[in-house]
Design a protein around this ligand. Structure first.
Ligand code: NAP
Length: 288
């Protein structure tokens, strides 16, 4: 398969390297000179201009800093994209992805928007997810080639959905890491090393995974039975986190935030419900 990669920063270089490793005829282009040398040494074709890079392949992958950069490069080449598939692996918002899909459709190009759930060293590992949304037809057609980069997860025809998942998943990553850091600081204050605490924390995450699986269908159904632990019980337990953090002089911002969301639901009369009830407060902008 002939593939073009526009943008040879950390991620674009990793993408092009994985395509080469999988045996694809890979053409590369970067705004600044010099970043293509290692790839060319491995067999990539160097395109002198972005126009030549687009012309070289039916599948064009862009991985630039942001959508403004992508449009700056590709808008002058819109007609050259006609009949090709444009896969945009640049991070952005769902709205930017949808605008790009309309723009590509207006110029006769099939469009896929992608989100890379990895850092560059993970590219090419089949355990790593890359999320795609946009043209299902283009996804089916290029799935095998895209599998060179990692496991391609198709999320349907709405081009904005990959970015939507990406944003949600990064939010989960930050929240989880923030909770872990609180735990590391709390246990560390009593002389437990992070390396001792972390294997136990990782094992606990598999129980948390189970809670999510239990709560998801309840959230979809709008029912929040308190059959495992009620919000009243959670409120009592979270007091311990606030107290233990304060007693050790730690930042109590995160524990207080979590406590406040439970307190609001309890004050609204939902103390006998389960934790999943808190989705209503999130949806209501934190007011319930
Ligand atoms: N790195 C990661 O772990 C990671 C993970 C997931 C997603 N991503 C996403 O992947 C994208 C690229 O990230 P990266 O880590 O590869 O960034 P990077 O190393 O900073 O590379 C940025 C690339 O964008 C190009 N670029 C920037 N502005 C441009 C413009 N106006 N016109 C043409 N080219 C332009 C740069 O070209 P020059 O070399 O000429 O400056 C370079 O090729 C970002 O959207 C990022 O959020 C990255």
């Amino acid at each position: 398969m002939k593939v073009t990669v526009l943008g040879l920063g950390s991620m674009g270089s990793a993408l092009a390297g994985a395509l080469l490793a999988a045996g694809h005829e890979t053409t590369v282009w970067n705004r600044s000179a010099g970043k293509d040398e290692a790839l060319v040494a491995r067999g990539a074709a160097r395109a002198a201009t972005a126009a030549a890079a687009v012309a070289a392949s039916p599948l064009v992958i862009a991985c630039l800093s942001d959508y403004d950069a992508v449009h700056g490069v590709l808008e002058p080449l819109a007609d050259d994209l006609r009949g090709r598939t444009f896969v945009n692996l640049t991070s952005g918002t769902p709205e930017q992805a949808r605008e790009s899909a309309s723009w590509a459709a207006g110029h006769g190009a099939a469009y896929l928007d992608g989100a890379i759930m990895s850092t560059p060293p993970g590219i090419g590992n089949p355990a790593v997810m890359l999320l795609y949304s946009g043209s299902s037809q283009a996804f089916a057609e290029h799935r095998d080639t895209l599998a060179s980069l990692g496991d391609p997860v198709g999320l349907g025809d709405d081009a904005g959905v990959a970015s939507l998942y990406d944003t949600a998943l990064l939010g989960m990553m930050w929240s989880t890491l923030a909770g872990w850091l609180q735990g590391v600081a709390l246990t560390g204050a009593d002389k437990v090393d992070a390396t001792a605490f972390t294997p136990v924390a990782i094992r606990w995450m598999s129980a948390v995974n189970g809670f999510m699986s239990t709560y998801a269908p309840r959230i979809d159904a709008g029912v929040y039975p308190g059959d495992d632990a009620t919000l009243d019980v959670h409120l009592g337990a979270i007091e311990h986190l606030v107290h233990a953090s304060a007693a050790r002089g730690l930042d109590t911002g995160l524990p207080e935030l979590l406590k406040a969301s439970i307190e609001r639901a309890v004050a609204d009369g939902h103390g006998a419900d389960g934790y999943a009830r808190l989705i209503e407060g999130v949806r209501a902008g934190g007011r319930a």
